[in-house]
Design a protein around this ligand. Structure first.
Ligand code: KG4
Ligand code: ZN
Length: 508
């Protein structure tokens, strides 16, 4: 049996009314009444069940959060009866009522319908009253039944806090990511990248990225649900990146997440992209071990964080004052005529080069800089130095080695990144370093980080690359951590914030 149950809306009125009419005849609700039941109302939850996209049943409850729920109506089209559809709809109603904290649930059923009464009894309902001649004009009695949901409510609430099923949406740069986690477990991580569309510009073009998100979001969402094998109605909460990142790109994800939250009635968590890069570690490790230093390096950011507590205490130690590390790779690859994105092609070109061939400058590492900008980065001077070096070599008509330039450039970037990250660990007495962001793919960065961390007694964590580059799973993971730590959802008033500070882990 392949039925789908989804929340019902006003657009379903005709189909629902047709079944209502066929099922209840003269006692059917007037169309107007059915329409008002389906209109948006926080005290109503209606569902339809579909077979091959055709509505074959529906049911609804009236619910007062934290108190009780009443079954308003339930019907299944006559051809589909006896297939367990009524039971499935009832289970969905009970689940929703329990989720909304209703500790008891009531219904009334015709006394001349023993099949329905048996179904309700098997679901835990017991008769508490009989109303004589309730159904007119036939004068049939109504059996009033009640189910105690208190244990279900408690179980459901605990489950949702213990292991929440969270959908995360990420759209801060050029990756549209939708991830689904249950507690600390990864269920789906689907990513659509618009990188190819930016290639001929040599860097991410914000307008192109925003438009690409708009196109990619729905298919990515659908694919993630399919991969995880869950339906939207089962999700406990939605998490979304609200910053930092490209304003237009962020807005697409934030808008989509809010729309989903409103349509499904799920709580929403607006979370910080950078902290998401740190939180992703729970998906492989089962926990985030703190305190930890985190070095986040991508095309959009180069940040050094001191994470004392993932959900409540993250400090920005330093960041780039000009280009991001990945951006430096992209720009230098462009001036060497190697293509885009720069990281992988420079890595490749550098493989046969001599990293000591040219001594390129290490930004912000002079003693005076290490006082004022100890944890900050600067790569624009390095990029200019490479450009100048190439210019001079070309002017002299020298036949220089691109491999040596690439290797020497890469060495300069990696040296600075690792030097400052290790210093942050030692200065703060934190024996742990976590890497995140697309530049983590860099082979030399991995090597040098591993060598120097080992020498300094620092434990190095590098998540799988699919979790290092921008993705929705890290956003879902952070959302789940916030829920498990008992944080309240965000209101719907938050906005995309392109310069969101890292200390702002969740926007309320
Ligand atoms: O995290 P990410 O996918 O998201 C954005 O920032 O968009 O990072 C992409 C960045 C690009 O700048 C790319 O050049 C860089 O990561 N990157 C690398 C390598 N692979 C990708 N940088 C250095 N070495 C690599 N192997
Ligand atoms: Zn990122």
């Amino acid at each position: 049996m392949d039925f789908v149950i989804r929340p019902a809306g006003e657009a379903d009125l005709d189909d629902i009314f047709a079944i209502e009419h066929a099922s209840f005849g003269s006692t059917a609700w007037p169309r107007q009444m059915m329409a008002s039941e389906l209109s948006p109302n926080p005290n109503r939850n209606y569902f339809v069940s579909l077979e091959n996209d055709k509505i074959v049943g529906y049911a609804g409850i009236g619910v007062v959060d934290g108190s009780h729920a009443d079954i308003m109506t339930i019907a299944v089209s006559s051809e589909q009866r006896g297939k367990g559809l009524g039971r499935a709809l009832m289970n969905r109603l009970i689940e929703v009522a329990a989720k909304r904290g209703a500790s008891e649930m009531f219904l009334e059923v015709r006394a001349d319908n023993p099949v329905a009464q048996a179904l309700y009894e098997s679901l835990g309902f017991v008769q508490i009253d009989l109303r004589r001649a309730y159904y007119q004009p036939e004068g049939i009695d109504a059996v009033i039944m009640r189910a105690d949901l208190s244990t279900k409510v408690a179980e459901r609430a605990q489950q949702a806090i213990r292991e929440p099923l969270v959908l995360g949406i990420e759209s801060s740069c050029d990756e549209t990511g939708v991830g689904i986690v249950r507690g600390n477990n990864l269920l789906a991580n689907v990513i659509a990248s618009s990188m190819d569309a930016h290639a001929r510009f040599g860097g991410v073009v914000p307008e192109i990225a925003a438009r690409a998100h708009l196109e990619a979001l729905q298919p990515t969402l659908r694919q993630a649900l399919r991969t995880a094998g869950v339906s939207l109605s089962e999700i406990d909460a939605i998490a979304v990146t609200n910053g930092p990142g490209l304003a237009g790109a962020l807005m697409v994800g934030v808008g989509a997440a809010k729309a989903l939250a409103v349509a499904t009635g799920k709580p929403i968590y607006a979370v910080n992209h950078l902290v998401g890069h740190v939180g992703v570690d729970v998906l492989e490790r089962g926990e985030v071990v703190t305190p930890t230093i985190a070095l986040l390096v991508s095309g959009g950011h180069t940040s050094l964080l001191l994470v004392r507590e993932l959900v409540s205490d993250v400090e920005l130690l330093g960041e780039t004052i000009d280009d991001a590390a990945g951006e430096a790779f992209d720009k230098v690859a462009r001036l060497l005529g190697l293509g885009y994105p720069g990281g992988p092609v420079i890595d490749q070109a550098a493989a046969n080069g001599n990293p000591k061939a040219i001594r390129f400058p290490r930004g912000l590492t002079l003693p005076k800089d290490m006082e004022k900008h100890r944890y900050d980065f600067s790569f624009s001077g390095l990029k200019t130095a490479v450009a100048r070096w190439v210019e001079v070599a070309e002017a002299k008509g020298e036949d220089f080695s691109v491999a040596d330039v690439a290797a020497s450039f890469r060495e300069a970037v990696v040296d600075v990144l690792v030097t400052k990250a290790v210093a942050a660990c030692l200065d703060n007495n934190v024996p742990r370093l976590l890497l995140g962001g697309g530049v983590v793919a860099n082979r030399r960065l991995r090597e040098v980080a591993a060598e120097r961390c080992e020498a300094a007694g620092i434990e190095l964590r590098i998540p799988a690359l699919s979790l290092c580059t921008d993705n929705g799973a890290m956003i879902a993971a952070l959302g789940a951590q916030l829920i498990m730590a008992g944080h309240e959802p965000s209101t719907l008033n938050f906005a995309a914030d392109s310069t969101l500070a890292v200390t702002n882990i969740q926007t309320s």
